[in-house]
Write a protein that binds this ligand. Sequence first.
Ligand code: DAH
Length: 448
Amino acid sequence: MRLSGRDMCRKLALRCICRPARPARRYYTPAAPSTLKVLGTDYPADSYTNITPTIISKLSLQLHRQPAHPLGTLRMLIESHFPSFSHLSCLSPIVTPYQNFDSLSFPADHPGRSVTDSYYLNKDVMLRTHTSAHEVETFAKGETKWLLTADVYRRDEIDGSHYPVFHQMEGAEIFEATPSSMKKVEEDNEQLSAHLERSNIVIEDIPHITSTNPAQPSHDPRHSEIIALNLKLHLNSLLLELFGGVAGASKEEPLRVRWIEAYFPFTSPSYEVEVFFRGKWLEILGCGVVLQSTLDRANVPSKLGWAFGLGLERIAMILYSIPDIRLFWSRDERFLSQFTPGKISTFKPYSKFPACFKDVSFWLPDRPETQAKMHDNDFCDLARDVAGDLVEDVKVIDKFTHPKTNRDSLCYRINYRSMDRSLSNEEVNAIQDLVISHLKDRFGVEIR
Ligand code: DAH
């Protein structure tokens, strides 16, 4: 394998859930209410509860369902590429850890489960971290070819291409594992190949199945090959449709796509796909042959098939030339009025307003070794809660442990910048003061 799971996630706006291991417990106990209301339902809070008001405020926005919004248009374009598929886009973001992880065979100690990486309402209920969370229920409903678009939530650091809420589209098709059904897939493969051969696309492919990216033991390897090829052909033609017009510097330059061996807990073989854009390879999606245990759980054990998951912001940022992920959330008319339903257009920046950097250095409170330390994501959620989208990015600029006292010191640099206007120094100072006072209250830190 070329990259470790975590390396791959680092590069990916669709951000795979492989992360460094973190303890699944919190190190501080804010004075939280004992129940919380989310999308009209009350949930008892517990030691897992870490969803923030900022995140709750995003749950009902559904950007992917606004027709003129770049994410809405992108959804529609992909849906029209798969006209015979069911198009689902209204599923609640509130799921169980079973749906998000166990139903997809994630190991019990997978780092994505930790409270530092995912948002929990309480230990039994969380926000989906990926659209794959709905695979089992969708297959169980009898859907055999479907696209599912949704908002997904991950705790993360803040920068121009990461936001704690983003949008994914999951696509899947399953087939009866019989000779006649496989023959139909082969015919489909021939048609798709013929179309791609006539198109201006260069595909760097890899073998469908290898010893490190194997067919599943319960599959006839020939069936697995046919399904993997069908997946590749469908995705190559989707990428050709989406990027064909924009990928190269000139119209004559072909679209370059490359396939890479990957690992996901719920597919085998698994792949990632990259597109060459403005001199760089960009990771666009993850995919593979669906693990048979997923289909068994969905009560369709006689089927086999493929699935993919792609990050919509990543693709929309490229197609529309949108430079900062926060813009998708802007309600500024200068942003929204630029777009028409169903049409990709180049975003015209209305202005780049000045940045304002503020540092905060502090000592963490003394804690027994066994207790988890404040995580960077805790700091980012706090900053986002206080300053909203005025935070452009957050960086740790210093971290050390005092050799004598053993106390930990941290320094974060927050870059404040509005998408819509200039911020005054007084305004930013007031926000920074609030960040500091919340930091003291919530985490008991001592400002240096
Ligand atoms: N759910 C994965 C993620 O968020 C993406 C993905 C990978 C989806 C492989 C799939 C798949 O359906 O087959 O990183």
